[in-house]
Design a protein around this ligand. Structure first.
Ligand code: 3PG
Length: 311
């Protein structure tokens, strides 16, 4: 008996779609795990400057080993590459440490609600620093973003000024990071993975002296002992998990940036925040007033309207 089998060869477009979907799902899942372990660590060991440094150190180590063992291709970079990368790394360092300081002071969900306001910073910086003009709908979409974030901040049960300002500074720094990286990377042929690896190494070098100056080994040693005596030896694994997952989610996000437009990337980033906000509220039993959740929903809806308006 003959059998007719219709094999559908997936075309390039659907393979590409599948690959991007896979990147997004991996990126969001890794990010959720990072946020949970990061907060668990910060609750027991409130030293965000050290945990930020360890995240960058873990990434740098993973990549140095990957290059040494030829698991990853060694990037061909020169002095000019690092010169162009320097302002990106400064902005990345500030954005990273500011977000971690924020999460050490407030609920993870609150930090991410404020961080969903990043598009508003992007438009304002582009308008006032770069003189770029946008169509009216783009400006209008900022109203729900700013209004929603403001409503959430005003009704946050555990509001803390350092936590709020940390998230705001992180927004501003990441907007500059994106602008500098777009400018600095033009014409350079380094993969997303290696680009992020070099960024981690440079950020680590920048952050280490500041972390020692702000917190320092004395506080770290005492805090570490307290954390291990409260949590037990598992605490060490929490620190390893937050550090490794930080690198992995960022690496995957940079790998997906290779494949998609910055706009699709920012929509993906907003979707990521929804999954982080919801999971962290469930896991940490974050108390939430309905009006506070409404603020978050309005802000996130605003970022979708923004992405539509930009299109
Ligand atoms: C950090 O520590 O760098 C932030 O948590 C990252 O924020 P993101 O969600 O914008 O990557």
């Amino acid at each position: 008996r003959s059998l007719d089998i219709n094999i559908e060869v997936p075309n390039e477009k659907s393979t590409q779609k599948f690959r991007i979907g896979l990147y997004f799902a991996t990126w969001w899942s890794l990010n959720v795990v990072f946020n949970i372990y990061n907060k668990k660590v910060l609750n027991a060991f409130p030293y965000p400057w050290l945990t930020s440094t360890l995240s960058l150190a873990a990434g740098s180590l993973i990549m140095l080993i990957s290059w040494a063992t030829r698991v990853a291709e060694v990037p061909k970079v020169n002095f000019d590459f690092f010169k162009a990368l320097f302002p990106v790394a400064v902005a990345h360092t500030i954005g990273h440490v500011a977000a971690t300081v924020s999460m050490s002071k407030v609920a993870v969900s609150f930090t991410h609600i404020i961080k969903s306001g990043e598009p508003a910073f992007s438009v304002l910086v582009s308008r006032f620093f770069l003189g770029e003009a946008f169509p009216m709908p783009v400006y209008l979409s900022l109203l729900p973003i700013i209004g929603g974030c403001a409503l959430s901040a005003m009704t946050e049960l555990n509001f803390n000024m350092i936590g709020f300002m940390g998230a705001m500074i992180s927004n501003l720094a990441f907007v500059f990071r994106n602008i500098f990286s777009k400018k600095g990377m033009k014409g350079m042929s380094v993969s997303g993975m290696n680009y992020y690896a070099c960024l981690s190494i440079l950020s680590l070098l920048i952050l280490t002296p500041f972390a020692i100056a702000v917190e320092g080994p004395k506080l770290w040693a005492a805090g570490w002992q307290t954390a291990v005596s409260q949590i037990g030896p598992n605490f060490v694994w929490w620190v390893v998990a937050q550090s490794v997952f930080y690198h992995l989610y960022n690496q995957v996000s940079y790998m997906s940036l290779d494949q998609i437009s910055p706009l699709t990337f920012s929509i993906g980033n907003t979707m990521k925040r929804i999954s982080v906000i919801v999971t962290s509220i469930l896991i940490f039993h974050t108390p939430l007033k309905p009006v506070n959740a409404l603020g978050a929903a309005i802000a996130i809806l605003g970022t979708f309207l923004y992405s539509q308006a930009k299109q």
